[in-house]
Write a protein that binds this ligand. Structure first.
Ligand code: FAD
Length: 319
């Protein structure tokens, strides 16, 4: 097999492809073009045929479906990626910088003796890979150059657009001689965390509330707006730290990375740690009394005003 190739490993959870999967196809294609190689995609465990069909395969050269296990399993992923890497000998191995990706990526890198750079927010290839990543709570951007012929990178969600368009990439099904639990680690089941009623990473429209709301009882206003817009409520960290909303609704560096169509930031200043979680939103709307609030630097639409006047007017309008 030619070594001018990129291998991207997509991700699914509980029967659904995760957004990072289509994003990996975009970054994978860009990289494959840069190295003048093919883009191979690995779909591992679960209903692989359906997942493979659901991928926007425009620009994908081949899909390798590994039929073993149902949900994520450390051993199966590690062994499957290792086997595919041995067969394809790709220049670049791309994996999601997700909880699962960060579980198996280091193991794969160690077994294959590959340099691994995690949490890429940008990639450039010129006879070697240069990976951009953020440090110190997104205050500093660094670039890491890897000179090795082959390398592995985990890619941050929300940094690349989702791949679009169908393609006719062939799907090759692979049987793997490994079972769930073979590596001594086994997923026993899934438990929703307290308040885990929603997954804000799946929402199309997010109404996000920050410290500007002042008091817990004022959150009623935010729920009302979310209702009127059929949106999901999320928050900045101080709201979660105060115990006013559960952790699964927190957006940001230590919360979730979200990429909704519309993100409405209400009484949120736009600290770097918050922005790290929402800058990939397609349209950003900000409501803030302070015209110099950093959130306005990235907002597509901004309302400088008191949220206690602006939000009731918006609710009235949307109702
Ligand atoms: P503030 O910065 O206090 O902003 C409140 C805003 O409300 C102000 O801009 C103000 O002008 C406006 N306002 C006040 N009254 C009104 C009104 N009546 N109408 C309209 N606007 C009004 N933060 C996160 O959000 N997510 C994270 O994941 C996260 N992770 C972190 C990790 C680390 C390691 C660290 C150090 C920090 C982290 N933070 C995170 C915290 C972050 O630095 C900020 O402190 C936080 O984002 C600020 O939240 P805020 O914008 O709601 O509050």
């Amino acid at each position: 097999m030619s070594s001018a190739a990129v291998l991207a490993v997509v991700e699914h959870r509980r029967g659904e492809l995760r957004d990072i999967s289509q994003e990996l196809l975009t970054v994978g294609r860009e990289l494959a073009d840069a190295i003048e190689g093919d883009l191979h995609v690995a779909v591992i465990s679960g209903d692989v045929e359906t997942f493979a069909e659901r991928l926007n395969r425009n620009g994908v050269d081949a899909i390798h479906a590994v039929e073993s296990g149902e949900e994520f399993d450390h051993g199966i992923y590690t062994r499957a990626v290792e086997a595919l890497h041995a067969e394809l000998e790709p220049t670049a191995l791309l994996m999601p910088n997700s909880v699962n990706g960060l579980d198996y990526a280091p193991a794969v890198a160690e077994r294959l003796d590959l340099p691994l750079v995690t949490d890429a927010t940008d990639l450039a290839y010129d006879e070697g890979i240069t990976v951009t990543r953020e440090m110190y709570g997104s205050k500093v951007e660094t670039t890491v150059e890897v000179d090795d012929d082959r390398f592995a990178v985990t890619v941050r969600g929300g940094e690349w657009p989702a791949a679009e368009g169908s393609g006719d990439a062939s799907i090759e099904t692979i049987d793997l001689d490994v079972e769930e639990g073979d590596f001594g680690v086994r997923v026993q089941g899934y438990e929703e965390v307290a308040g885990g009623d929603v997954d804000i990473t799946d929402a199309d429209v997010l109404v996000s509330v920050g410290r500007g709301i002042g008091e817990e009882e004022n959150l009623e206003l935010i729920w009302e707006l979310a209702d009127a817009l059929d949106a999901t409520v999320s928050a900045s960290r101080p709201i979660v730290d105060s115990g006013w909303l559960p952790k699964n609704r927190q957006v940001g560096q230590s919360g979730a990375v979200v990429t909704p169509d519309v993100y409405i930031a209400i009484g949120i200043s736009g600290a770097v740690q918050h922005v790290a979680g929402m800058k990939g939103a397609e349209t950003i709307v900000a409501v803030n009394v302070d015209p110099n609030a950093p959130i306005f630097d990235l907002a597509d639409y901004g309302v400088v005003g008191d949220l206690f006047e602006v939000i009731p007017a918006l609710i009235e309008e949307f109702k």
